[in-house]
Design a protein around this ligand. Structure first.
Ligand SMILES: C[S@@+](CC[C@H](N)C(=O)[O-])C[C@H]1O[C@@H](n2cnc3c(N)ncnc32)[C@H](O)[C@@H]1O
Length: 437
């Protein structure tokens, strides 16, 4: 067998104790695990906490590191709590890897990962710029209002399920193609729970086949929507009650007035119930656009940020957007139809499209996917010489690379806000402001 360490006997001769070794757990690392060492080898351990002593089951052996699940906790951390979603525990589905961690400790974990990732990947200078604006405590990832009171539960307005070979709604086992049936969705908005998608008695079972993809959406206005393989579905008993909907309405309170959107059910929309409002506020705060200014907005989706930016620059100002998904731009066109000061572009964000679309802009706002914008796009953005760049990031490693690229071009971080838009998972969002040094 390849990638076996020299220190352990061959698998077939190992005892149960050797197969399930005990480790002392160190700090958290990006990805939802903590770092431990076993015979000098790095092991990324899930379902544990810093400072714990745990027995592990190794799940993946690579030449440079192993992955493992904590399967027995010998010395628990004071921050350990009974998991709010045991089905996402060891051997279970992905998407709830911090469900055993107290909420304040989840934020401490994410704040540490943010600081460490910015330093390790962005470099000491980026870390120093961030420390200069956040203070010695470093960058913080904060809860959204009301989340702690609800135990961080019921926040997700979008849930994606896959149907098991037995026709039950479930999710993929972490890092596996196996689909596990689920009995609960505690992270989902209660309206999704009330649909009754789970279990053998679900009335929805007749609407799908094994392997089908099921998307459940709980919008801020109106009934939830269920799509099976992208098509609207209703349980048989409710069939014939009007035309099938493919899109939903979302209403977002904001400092520039109430914002109304229509979004394709299968299209991108922020998942946490409070995320649209929190991001609009954070971006308006960071961008500080003035009436009459010009904004370039990249990766603009269905227009969540375009609409408040258009209101903030007013009729004398302009917003130019660029988004790769034609479906999202179609939604954005509807959402911004009474804003002639917005030019909605469909196309990939590349150095060329950025340079072409952003001439003369005062502010650039970008909200890229997990991979980030990348060095070349960041260079094109800084090449426009905007007064301010607002970067909305859902991956700290990609953010660190993008900030380092901007720094090389003379832009430094002048503000940074971490938002916990994904309680009970390792994910979080960051809004970073960059200005010329
Ligand atoms: C994180 S979402 C942000 C959307 C919007 N700001 C929001 O909050 O609803 C990222 C968006 O980037 C788009 N996208 C991904 N890669 C792209 C690319 N290379 N060029 C243009 N758009 C892209 C996706 O379709 C998606 O709408």
């Amino acid at each position: 067998m390849t990638n076996q360490p020299d220190q352990l006997p061959a698998p077939e001769t190992r005892t149960a104790e050797e197969e399930r070794p005990v480790v002392e757990v160190g700090g958290p690392a990006h990805g939802g695990h903590c770092v431990a060492r076993l015979d000098g080898r790095v092991v990324f351990v899930r379902h544990t906490l810093p400072g714990e002593r745990v027995r592990i089951a190794v799940t993946d052996r690579r030449s440079r590191f192993w992955r493992a699940d904590a399967v027995e906790v010998l010395d628990p951390s004071p921050d350990r709590v009974p998991s709010v979603w045991p089905e996402a525990g060891p051997g279970g589905v992905g998407g709830g890897e911090l469900a055993h961690v107290a909420l304040p400790a989840q934020r401490e974990w994410k704040s540490q990962v943010l600081a460490e990732t910015l330093r390790r990947i962005g470099g000491q200078e980026v870390a120093d710029d961030v420390a200069a604006v956040t203070g010695p405590a470093g960058p913080r990832v904060e809860a959204l209002p009301g989340d702690d009171a609800r135990g961080g539960l019921g926040t997700r307005t979008r849930v994606e399920l896959t149907v098991t070979p037995d026709g039950l709604a479930g999710m993929h086992r972490f890092r596996s193609h196996d689909v596990l049936p689920l009995s609960s969705l505690p992270l989902a908005d209660p309206a999704i729970g009330e649909l009754g998608l789970l279990g053998a008695d679900s009335p929805w079972r007749r609407t799908w086949r094994p392997g089908a993809r099921v998307e459940a959406v709980a919008p801020s206005e109106g009934d939830p929507l269920v799509l099976v393989d992208g098509e609207p579905a209703t349980p048989a008993r409710r069939r014939g009650k009007g035309p099938a909907r493919r899109s939903v309405r979302e209403v977002v309170p904001s400092p520039v007035g109430e914002l109304h959107y229509r979004v394709a059910g299968a299209g991108f929309w922020q998942v946490h119930r409070g995320a649209p409002e929190a991001l609009v506020r954070a971006v308006l705060d960071a961008a500080r656009v003035q009436p009459g200014q010009a904004v370039l907005e990249l990766y603009s989706g269905a227009g969540l940020l375009s609409l408040p930016l258009a209101r903030a620059v007013g009729e004398e100002g302009r917003v130019v957007t660029l988004e790769g998904s034609a479906t999202a731009v179609k939604d954005a066109r509807r959402n911004l139809h009474d804003h002639p000061n917005v030019a909605l572009g469909t196309g990939l964000v590349t150095p060329a499209t950025v340079s072409e679309g952003g001439q003369g802009c005062d502010v650039v706002v970008l909200d890229p996917p997990r991979a980030g914008a990348g060095t070349k796009v960041m260079r094109a953005i800084t090449g426009l010489a905007p007064g301010r760049i607002v970067h909305v990031a859902c991956d700290p490693a990609a953010l660190a690379r993008d900030l380092a690229a901007a720094r090389e071009a003379g832009y430094v971080v002048t503000a940074l806000t971490g938002l916990d838009l994904f309680p009970h998972t390792h994910h979080f969002e960051v809004v970073a402001t960059l200005e010329r040094a």
